[in-house]
Design a protein around this ligand. Structure first.
Ligand code: NAD
Ligand code: TYD
Length: 356
């Protein structure tokens, strides 16, 4: 069985990927995570007895540590999920985004290149460095614009997307300059189990259950293309197994929704599954001050991965959202755990001024 070095595998998408990789016996996994606020070792509890999963606490920017891990575990591929990932935090405090997303990715690439060069010819030829990125690097669309495709020029608008764009460019440069066998995926908004409740969908579910306002930035007409996280994990695996080196693959859910309609969908699911006494959860919807530089619309043309690799999203938005809402209802201990620590400080910092 292959060995994968997964970075950021204690976060939302990374932990979903690692759980699936072990469940489906895709590979053994060495999981390197810095354990920032966004991580959660409880996500990986099902693997506590699994000798095919090894968790290492550390930073992708620590070249010495990464080199030691590569020499000790000799992975067949590196999958880079590790990142600072929340746009609002990147606006409030961009420094960590530069350190992890830009400097960290660069150092990971450099350690990977040295390791790759040391491999015997057959392993060297099979080695892959897969970088997990976002559609946000392409900027913002109007309603009339065609969806983002792999050749859409980069036009990042937030410190988060600028830092991811920079990391994508370094990955590209390591392929073209050094021949490192890289793959890049640019995916739309994910949702599903284990997502930290700073992002729209889990934030709205938890605020609704707590009787708190459901904050909608601006007019609520911004559009995102939503993908269920397991479909994203499948896409990453397909790209790893069958993707052409040096290429990028766009991954999307074919589910363009306005934020207001997403929030209303969540409210009506909760009205059915956990009805509150005094009317619909929709009465908690509150329009608040907009995000600065708020991208209007994201939309993904994912025909390349569909046609070349045969990937398709399995969940519709309706089925994925139902699974997600049920998961949050069924996991109160997880919710309590992630809402401890600095969570309330962040919520206060981000929303107190907007609501006024
Ligand atoms: P997340 O914030 O939930 O998790 C990120 C993980 O990376 C955390 O466990 C954190 O501890 C870890 N990490 C952060 N800095 C690190 C460092 N320096 N060294 C090692 N580990 C570090 O993020 P996510 O939503 O799971 O996103 C994973 C990746 O997918 C990111 O690269 C993100 O840009 C990309 N992406 C996310 C989405 C989305 O909708 N969430 C969509 C497209 C692409
Ligand atoms: P988010 O989940 O932060 O993802 P991203 O910014 O990466 O797309 O936000 C999704 C959309 O929801 C985005 O248009 C911003 C909006 N949003 C709100 O309206 N209210 C909120 O409280 C949050 C967190 C996001």
């Amino acid at each position: 069985m292959k060995t994968l070095l997964v970075t950021g595998g204690a976060g939302f998408i990374g932990s979903n990927f690692v759980l699936k990789a072990r469940q489906e016996r895709w590979a053994n996994v060495v999981n390197l995570d810095k354990f920032t606020y966004a991580s959660n070792s409880h996500n990986l509890a099902p693997l506590s007895e699994d000798s095919g999963h090894c968790l290492v606490a550390g930073d992708i920017g620590n070249s010495e540590l990464v080199t030691d891990i590569l020499l000790q575990y000799r992975p067949d591929a590196i999958l880079n999920f590790a990142a600072e990932s929340h746009v609002d935090r990147s606006i409030a405090d961009p420094e960590a985004f530069i350190q992890t997303n830009v400097v960290g990715t660069f150092r990971l690439l450099e350690a990977s290149r040295k390791y790759w060069l040391s491999l015997p010819p057959e392993s060297k030829q099979k080695f892959r460095f897969l970088h997990v990125s976002t559609d946000e690097v392409y900027g913002s669309l109007s309603l009339e614009d065609p969806p983002f495709h792999e050749n859409t020029p980069y036009a990042p608008n937030s410190p988060y997307s600028a830092s991811k764009a920079a990391s994508d460019h370094f990955v590209r440069a390591y392929y073209h300059t050094y021949g490192l066998p890289t793959l890049t995926t640019n995916c739309s908004n994910n949702y599903g189990p284990y997502q930290f409740p700073e992002k729209l969908i889990p934030l709205v579910i938890l605020n609704a259950l707590n009787g708190q306002p459901l904050p909608i930035y601006g007019d609520g007409q911004n559009i995102r293309d939503w993908l269920y996280v397991e479909d994203h994990c499948d896409a990453i695996y397909q790209v790893l197994e069958k993707g052409t080196i040096g290429e990028t693959y766009n991954v999307g859910g074919l589910n363009e929704k306005t934020n207001l309609s997403v929030v209303k969908n969540i409210c009506s699911l909760l009205d059915d599954l956990a009805p509150k006494e005094n009317g619909s959860y929709a009465s908690l919807i509150t329009f608040v001050e907009d995000r600065p530089g708020h991208d209007r619309r994201y939309s993904i043309d994912c025909r390349k991965i569909q046609q070349e690799l045969g990937w398709q999203p399995r969940e519709s938005f309706e089925s994925g959202l139902l699974k997600t809402v049920k998961w949050y209802l069924e996991n109160p201990a997880w919710i309590e755990q992630v809402q401890s620590g600095n969570y309330h400080d962040w919520i206060h910092k981000n929303y107190a001024g907007r609501m006024a």
